[in-house]
Design a protein around this ligand. Structure first.
Ligand SMILES: [Zn+2]
Length: 843
């Protein structure tokens, strides 16, 4: 072993006692020693250094193994960039090794293993896959018990979170960590028996920052400084029993393991459910107190009345734990003064600010070896509740705000944020989305995205039941399955019985991959929808929207607000039906399937009945009716008010006509000032595109073509296309609204452009392509033959007839589909994150 001679000399004399002159004592003598924590820590405020003493484990070269968690303590304050205050990175298993006079930090590879194998089998798997050595430092000195003193400072001041990569990926410019402008925060260190918490100020600089989101936020566009937090956490005690995930139960995607010691009859790859360790004090009792309750703490930075609402919502989980036999097992409190939200000992619901509204998320710090959750980390975006208030003011008027009545926008928004707290805390408890939750059992799951249930009573909107209070049947089921304590010998069969019993009682589960994509086919998998029958609900929300739109005007703005704000407030109202449109579209070409397991008795998949598909198609086509799209002249005038007031980026990205809603190009804040007069065609296009992008999605068209080919009674693609084109180009009724003709020609253009674009899609099946081209060719002939009627209408018919014939189709799609701005930022803000109700945002 090659060690420097001074160090050898020191260690030779270190065994009996440390003299004041030995290197360890000399190195630590004048430092602030913290020796009662997980490891001895020495803080050097003068030289801005953090030293720790690693302890040998007894195995050659090993100096300890820990859970390692990196967070951003401070964020970039930006929704599209996505580097948030309190955001955690993935949890790692870290090991420190000594070789010669160097100490190395290595992230262990826990995904591939041989848990039940011999030492030789384990070793072979270990040697077959790489670890990641991420840092090294010289050993400074050897101390009591062979402890190895190292300077951790450069470990703390690495780009451990990957901030630089994110900024480049999000097109903010070539930012790199500048070590001269970065330093460990010695005063920020916290030392506890089971965890060490360290922080570093890290500055990322760029000579060529992009003119972008970040440059708008930064005081200097060349330098972005954040605080990165590191937790070294003692490995959890033995005794936790991992639970394998079950596809029928909404536990998180979980920890994926490849276990080469699995018997030849068993799968090699499986998922571990993620859950807290929760143990009854009396395991034999059906209902028992617990050894250690799960306690979540709400960030004290959340102001009232939000804070109380967050606590009330999150607390609903205690009912699910009680029902699963755990008494007083789940609590919610306010984070104690002085406690860091990133301290590994606290499960925290963080209140996070960004320049514009964005997603919230619930995540966990998870032992990657077992799936045990050691800390819950929920992040809630603070602007969402303000967005909700605005939406409810668009429905009922701003005069109701603060009234305390059932239709008080503040009261409804607080009801909504209780849902947000319980939902995100649900993720942190190990639960996945169930987007079928709104379709049975009166809102069966808080793990769905809840649309408000607005009743119409005597022609007025009623919010008495806008959001459910408490968890639902699915939530009680998943908590029971995930946390339920059963006798070891019967756990597997008890869990299976629980699942079968649940599904026999009508449980339904549809998660993200089958709900988010516009072309997904599961008829129950939709977000922000409500009720058991999407077609009925679509008609209902259109009625709600109609009531609110008919009286929409300045009364929907708070006193003193610029009149131009109407252009922002009307967006969620004008598109109020968008989520029920999504829900209804799933029926067309729909296929009702479950995440079944062989032999469990869950019904096999079934195509949505022909009658239901036709009902859905008719309902969707109704949303293209000019009467649905129109606004009164008086309102159009009001919507055209100009703006010269406080620039608010949120407004700039959320009006019809903002340049784009592309995920990472949020337009500019002048958009709202640039667009008067209000363009009704633009707004109508956004609504129409929402319907058409769902209905004419390629995989949906392929499925409809196939279902029709396999079953002559089923809705066929020619039938879908004919009905759609007829309803738009040759409607049964004429007129109906003052701007009907103009709106109709706009809808015609959007429909043709989308169909033209579809024919260029490489994934469109041949059968579907033949049907689409035949329908367009037929329409071209019919339009060319139009001779009678309004001059303008005849000209429009001939215009379209010419442009959809032959080779011109391609150019038509390019010009008329891509040139138009799409719906204002919303679904999705970032595409991969948590949605919020205004939009289709994200994860
Ligand atoms: Zn969620």
């Amino acid at each position: 072993m090659a060690i420097c001679s001074a160090f050898c000399a020191a260690t030779a004399h270190a065994a009996a006692s440390q003299s004041a002159t030995d290197p360890y004592s000399a190195a630590t003598a004048k430092l602030d020693a913290k020796t009662d924590g997980l490891l001895p820590v020495y803080l050097d405020a003068k030289a801005s250094r953090v030293l720790i003493a690693l302890k040998p484990t007894g195995r050659a070269g090993e100096l300890g193994e820990f859970l390692y968690q990196v967070y951003l303590r401070s964020g970039m304050g930006s929704t599209p960039i996505g580097l948030d205050r309190s955001q955690p990175a993935d949890t790692q298993l870290i090991a420190f090794h000594r070789a010669g006079n160097m100490v190395y930090a290595e992230l262990e590879n826990t995904a591939f293993r041989a848990d039940g194998g011999t030492a030789a089998e384990k070793s072979a798997v270990h040697d077959s896959f790489p670890a990641s050595t991420i840092w090294s430092t010289p050993a400074m000195a050897e101390g009591p018990g062979g402890a190895v003193l190292i300077d951790l400072s450069s470990f703390l001041v690495r780009d451990a979170f990957g901030v630089g990569d994110v900024l480049v990926k999000r097109k903010q410019g070539p930012f790199k960590l500048d070590s001269k402008l970065s330093y460990p925060d010695v005063t920020g260190a916290q030392i506890f028996a089971e965890n060490l918490e360290f922080e570093a100020h890290e500055t990322f600089t760029s000579d060529e920052p992009a003119a972008s989101e970040l440059s708008d936020i930064l005081p200097s566009p060349h330098a972005a400084t954040v605080i990165v937090h590191h937790s070294l956490i003692k490995l959890p005690d033995p005794g936790y029993v991992p639970r394998r995930a079950d596809p029928r139960v909404g536990s998180l995607y979980g920890t994926v393991i490849t276990d080469y010691s699995a018997p030849l009859t068993a799968p090699v790859v499986y998922r571990l459910a993620n859950r807290f360790r929760l143990e009854k004090t009396d395991p034999s009792a059906a209902r028992s107190e617990v050894k250690k309750p799960i306690v979540f703490y709400v960030d004290s930075a959340a102001p009232e009345p939000v804070r109380t609402a967050l606590m009330e919502g999150a607390r609903w989980w205690s009912d699910a734990f009680e029902a699963a036999g755990f008494l007083h097992a789940f609590r919610v409190d306010v984070l104690p003064p002085g406690a860091s939200p990133l301290d590994a000992r606290y499960n925290v619901i963080n209140w996070v600010h960004r320049q514009t509204r964005g997603w919230s998320y619930g995540s966990s710090i998870i032992d990657p070896r077992t799936g045990e959750i050691v800390k819950g980390a929920v992040l809630l975006g603070s602007l969402r509740i303000r967005q909700d208030r605005m939406i409810f003011e668009s429905l009922v008027g701003a005069a109701k705000t603060g009234s305390g009545a059932q239709d008080d926008p503040i009261r409804i928004s607080l009801a909504r944020i209780r849902q947000l707290a319980v939902h995100e805390t649900g993720h942190a408890l190990g639960l996945e989305h169930n987007f079928a939750g709104s379709t049975y059992d009166d809102r069966a799951s808080v793990m769905d995205y809840p649309g408000p249930r607005i009743k119409i009573v005597n022609g007025e909107l009623d919010f008495t039941d806008a959001y459910k209070v408490g968890v639902g049947s699915w939530d009680r089921f998943t908590i029971h399955w995930l946390y339920g304590q059963f006798p070891p010998e019967s756990t597997a069969s008890d869990l299976e019985a629980l699942v079968r019993d649940g599904y026999a009682h009508g449980l339904r589960f549809v998660s993200d991959p089958d709900a988010r994509p516009p072309g997904s086919s599961q008829p129950y998998g939709a977000m922000w929808d409500d009720g058991t029958d999407a077609v009925v609900e679509l008609a209902h929300v259109l009625e709600v929207r109609g009531i609110a739109l008919r009286r929409f005007g300045p009364a929907n703005l708070p006193d003193g607000a610029p009149l131009s704000d109407l252009r922002r407030v009307i967006v969620p109202l004008y598109l109020f039906h968008r989520y029920e449109v999504d829900a209804v579209s799933k029926w067309v070409g729909g296929d009702n399937f479950a995440y079944a397991v062989k032999g469990d008795g869950i019904p096999i998949p079934a195509v949505v009945a022909a009658g239901e598909q036709r009902r859905a198609l008719t309902a969707l086509l109704h949303t293209l009716d000019p009467e649905v799209l129109d606004l009164q002249d008086a309102l159009l005038s009001q919507l055209s008010a100009g703006q010269f007031s406080t620039p608010d980026k949120q407004t700039g990205i959320e009006v019809f006509g903002a340049p784009t809603s592309a995920p990472f190009d949020l337009g500019d804040r002048d958009a709202a000032t640039r667009t008067p007069p209000f363009d009704l065609q633009l707004a109508a296009s956004a609504a129409v595109d929402n319907t058409l992008s769902d209905l004419l999605e390629v995989s949906r068209l392929n499925r409809v073509a196939q279902q029709g080919a396999f079953d002559s009674r089923q809705l066929s693609l020619p039938e879908l296309l004919t009905q759609t084109l007829n309803s738009v180009f040759f409607p049964d009724k004429e007129g109906g609204s003052p701007h009907a003709a103009a709106l109709r020609s706009g809808v015609e253009g959007r429909l043709l452009a989308r169909l033209a674009a579809v024919t260029e899609e490489p994934t469109l099946s041949v059968a579907a392509a033949v049907d689409v081209r035949a329908a367009l060719a037929d329409l071209s002939i019919r339009l060319a033959a139009v001779k009678k009627g309004d001059k303008e209408e005849v000209a429009t018919a001939h215009f379209y007839a010419e442009r959809i014939s032959g080779d011109k189709l391609k150019d038509f799609a390019k010009t008329y589909l891509t040139a138009y701005p799409v719906a204002p930022t919303g679904p999705p803000i970032g595409g991969e994150y948590e949605d919020d109700w205004f939009s289709d945002a994200a994860r």
